[in-house]
Design a protein around this ligand. Structure first.
Ligand code: ADP
Length: 444
């Protein structure tokens, strides 16, 4: 078992090594290209991002290329795109994550792919990995060495589908680039490490926390942290003055109460299943439903788990789709009752959480919307904030309607007690920035 101090110790050693390069002026006085990898059980997403230490600023950070390989393990679909061009799509068999990474790098390195500032793979200076679960071991991003890798392996029990894929991604990048190329792990759980016991301990016998580490971990941490960071940059306030509720509403959805710049509570729990209604996940339900369904439907516990993760949420209620845009179209064009109901329950659950977090935080300065739904749907934002004037949320519908397609801005009225705001998330950028800052020892 790897302990926290072993990880800290080893991370510091790796950092010292990279700092020696920095001392020779090799790395940090120019723009660096970081390959950001997000490896799932059957998919690999990547972005190649140009960033630098001096420029922690979205105007100078640039996404150079990105891609998505789906259905790894069979006839895969590959979508690649440079910053300037339309996406290119291919289909070809991809065996595993290593082959997927090879395919992505082959495309980046190909003569036909013109990526600004990238002339071959030697122009990739580091790799940053999105790692889903860091358990209690990892409270921040770290440079990867063997000790860290063992720490991530120790968390496989907690994320049996995700962490193995992340480990395969790290191993594949090591094989391709060699051990000398810095790689960093940025954890989905890390930002929520500041939650107090009152937020993370479940009301089940305490021995299960001690014995198996059953507790709330929270996920989407990189997204909530990025949104909080952007918020304080936009409003030019110090970190400890950030008192906001952040909403990440994509296919997966979560809400976080951020007080004094730190995560105080969040809706996802031991796994990403808890909390809000999501595309295919139920969010909160009475846990007794699991046994009841197992008995009534002759399901195994594993099948019940799959049902709650893959066939529930918007898809389960509507019986039509997990996709909010399609659901809105069904509700409008065919007046589908269950499509409407799914949207209503989705918004109502969020409103309840906002109320409870405002109570938990003793008020907040802003509620910030993000993710595919939060960034693009004025209608859902407005419905969530409907009849919340007692709480002090007042929508300016003109401003709300103007915030679509990734624009950033405030959509509350001037007299709204709590600001309502859209800040598009960018987890990949934060992973790239963390990677560069870790190499330079700016975060340790
Ligand atoms: P992921 O969590 O997989 O990163 P996204 O953040 O891209 O997903 O969010 C996907 C969700 O956002 C889908 O439900 C999609 O329908 C929804 N969405 C995207 N654009 C709109 C829109 N204009 N109106 C409503 N929902 C939208």
């Amino acid at each position: 078992m790897i302990s926290k101090w072993m990880i800290q110790d080893s991370a510091q050693r790796v950092q010292t090594l990279y700092r020696r390069f920095a001392g020779r002026g090799l790395l940090y006085h120019r723009q660096m290209n970081v390959l950001v990898l997000n490896c799932g059980s059957s998919s690999l997403k990547f972005q190649l991002i140009s960033t630098s230490l001096e420029q922690i600023d979205a105007r100078t950070d640039r996404m150079l290329a990105k891609g998505h390989i789906e259905r790894i393990g069979g006839a895969a679909l590959l979508t690649f795109q440079t910053a300037e061009n339309e996406p290119e799509r291919f289909a070809r068999p991809i065996r595993d994550i290593k082959s997927a990474l090879d395919a992505a790098l082959e495309w980046i390195g190909a003569e036909a792919t013109v990526v600004e500032g990238v002339d071959g793979l030697s122009a990739i200076h580091a790799v940053g990995h999105r790692v889903v679960h860091g358990g209690e071991n990892f409270s921040r991003s770290v440079l990867i060495d063997d000790v860290v890798l063992r720490g991530i392996t120790d968390c496989i029990d907690l994320a049996p589908l995700h962490n193995p894929a992340n480990i395969q991604g790290i191993a594949a990048a090591r094989t391709v680039f060699g051990r000398a190329l810095p790689q960093a792990a940025v954890f989905d759980t890390a930002f929520h490490h500041t939650m107090p016991e009152t937020s993370y301990v479940y009301a089940i016998p305490y021995q299960f926390y001690r014995r198996h580490k059953v507790r709330r971990y929270g996920f989407h941490g990189t997204s909530h942290r990025y949104i909080a960071y952007q918020y304080r940059t936009i409003h030019q306030i110090p970190r400890d003055a950030v008192n906001v509720i952040t909403l990440h509403l994509g296919n997966g959805c979560s809400i976080a109460a951020i007080k004094g710049g730190n995560s105080l509570d969040t809706s996802m729990g031991f796994t990403p299943l808890e909390g809000l209604v999501m595309g295919t996940r139920s969010g909160d339900i009475d846990p007794a439903i699991v046994e009841f369904l197992c008995v009534k439907e002759g399901m195994s516990v594993h099948e019940a788990d799959l049902l709650l993760n893959k066939s529930s949420g918007l898809l389960g209620i509507s019986g039509l789709t997990h996709d909010m845009r399609e659901l809105i179209a069904e509700a409008d064009e065919s007046g589908d009752r269950r499509a409407r109901l799914a949207i209503e329950i989705f918004c109502y659950r969020i409103r309840k959480y906002i109320g409870s977090y405002l109570a938990a935080m003793n008020g907040a300065d802003a509620i910030v919307f993000s993710g595919g739904i939060g960034e693009n749907s004025p209608r859902i934002r407005s419905r969530i904030c409907d009849e919340t004037d007692w709480l002090g949320l007042k929508v300016d519908e003109m401003k709300n309607a103007a915030l679509v397609d990734g624009s950033e801005g405030i959509f509350s009225t001037n007299d709204s007690r709590v600001k309502l705001e859209v800040i598009p998330t960018n987890e990949e950028l934060l992973i790239a920035r963390d990677t560069v800052r870790l190499m330079a020892g700016v975060i340790s």
